[in-house]
Ligand binder design. Sequence first.
Ligand code: ADP
Ligand code: ADP
Length: 229
Amino acid sequence: MGFGIRNLSKRYGATLALDDVTLDFKPGQVHALLGHNGAGKSTVIRCLGGGASPTAGTIEVNGEQKQRLTPRESREAGIAIIYQHLSLVDTLSVSDNLFLGDEHTSRGLVDQQRQRREAQEVLDRVGADFAPTARVSQLSMGARQLVEIAKALRRSARLLVLDEPTAALSPVESARLAALVDKLRTEGIAIVYVTHLLEEVVRLADHATVLQNGRVVWSAQMQGVSKAD
Ligand code: ADP
Ligand code: ADP
């Protein structure tokens, strides 16, 4: 019951941003997506997130073929997209960010206690070393990204799309993210990992695909590729 795109094409005016692209995003696997600027990577992400409607083809969500997804359908299907520019509210606490956008956020004491417990649980799950009460504006980029991932996990994400996740991270934060990706993989989460760094592909990917001008020009299983560590 995985995710994927089947024969997906997307046209913007005269530009064919995606041309008959088929990719599988399987539970417990990291699928690395590579390609130069304009290759179509963001278009894949937008189709998954409900920000763009495919011209042809389908999006597979939990084994079902859909011609398009609205942002809400995407979220409800368990798809979470972690963009480079995170969508957290800087002036709020980590905990408030985690629960932001919930249908009914109650202010009752019991709810606050439950929220604090739930926030701590999901922060532990991503290996965060900061408190739910911390203000997002005081956190490093790596810590903010953990909050965003924690928010996705709290909403029971089954497909996590990471868009160049280490672009703004320090080497230490990048290593911590790699360890988290490994952990989420063992939890059965499907991961799309957009990167241009070959060492991340070698370190993390179970499958890698290179896009060029909207087409798949290379795609391979990475099992058996010898890893230095
Ligand atoms: P990447 O993320 O790999 O850099 P994109 O998916 O952003 O590639 O873009 C693929 C192609 O589609 C590019 O030629 C880009 O200019 C074009 N494109 C993407 N979005 C739009 C849009 N909303 N309107 C017009 N052209 C677009
Ligand atoms: P759709 O018609 O499928 O809903 P849109 O045309 O609304 O898709 O574009 C989706 C996203 O692409 C928007 O967020 C828009 O800002 C962005 N975008 C617009 N033009 C370009 C472009 N030339 N290259 C890359 N992205 C673009």
